[in-house]
Ligand binder design. Structure first.
Ligand SMILES: Cc1cc2nc3c(=O)[nH]c(=O)nc-3n(C[C@H](O)[C@H](O)[C@H](O)COP(=O)(O)O)c2cc1C
Length: 217
């Protein structure tokens, strides 16, 4: 699959088959993720992969903490979200809602508990960065994560980035024995998507190209 096709076909999967992912395939994908560009080649990204009982243990922990604290997905902006951004988020929720409602689970509960359980994916990835880096290095992490998502897509796997669980970053750090010098910046669910699940059949919208690109020539 060429890169542009992977970009166009990728979407976040929120239901996975139990089918295990071969270790060499996962390693190949991380080799790709590690090839991302970064400022002065710092490569500030670090990944922890959890599978099997290790992943299940983390999921149990996250669900337990979530039941107590109930953090929900939000924009996390310092001020009120301008309408044009809010509308995009509303539209994504609207597109996903019918498939989620058919499962008989409230939308927020599906997203929150699903996120905490990596949507049942066999592979859970925790993305971390050393705290000594300035926040601008999140940009480099984002590039590497994008490489990872696309590499996975190209290899027939699906993914879902999971930011919600960073609210429980301290507990995740303890569970994976992360030193205090490092911070949890993202989770990623990875595996073979259950293509029969309706929630995986929805595709979120995007602004037309003209809305995001300005030309001067
Ligand atoms: C940084 C980041 C954090 C995200 N966090 C979550 C999350 O916690 N739970 C979830 O279900 N999806 C999460 N997503 C997935 C987005 O909801 C999704 O990418 C967006 O709606 C666009 O849909 P698509 O990925 O299917 O194209 C996150 C995506 C990104 C990039």
């Amino acid at each position: 699959m060429d890169v542009l096709s992977a970009m166009k076909s990728r979407r976040s999967a929120r239901a996975y088959l139990k089918r295990p992912v071969p270790r060499d395939l996962i390693e190949d994908i991380f080799t790709g993720a590690g090839r991302a560009p970064s400022a002065i080649n710092l490569q500030p990204w670090e990944y922890t992969v959890l599978q099997g009982e290790e992943k299940d243990r983390l999921v149990r922990l996250l669900l337990k903490i979530h039941a107590e604290r109930k953090v929900s997905c939000g924009p996390g902006t310092s001020g009120r979200l301008p309408e044009r951004f809010a509308a995009r988020s509303r539209l994504a929720s609207k597109i996903m809602t019918p498939a989620i409602e058919k499962m008989g689970v409230p939308f927020n509960r599906f997203i929150e508990e699903g996120s905490c359980s990596f949507y049942g994916a066999p592979v859970a990835v925790i993305v971390t960065m050393d705290r000594l880096f300035p926040k601008i290095r999140y940009l480099d992490i984002g590039l590497s994560v994008a490489y990872l998502l696309l590499a996975a897509q190209g290899k027939g796997l699906s993914t879902c980035p999971i930011g919600l669980i960073t609210a429980y970053g301290d507990e995740i750090a303890e569970a994976i024995s992360l030193p205090e010098s490092k911070e949890v910046v993202l989770g990623i669910a990875m595996g073979y998507a259950d293509e029969s699940a309706q929630v995986n059949c929805v595709k979120t919208d995007r602004e037309p190209r003209q809305e995001i690109v300005s030309w001067y020539e």
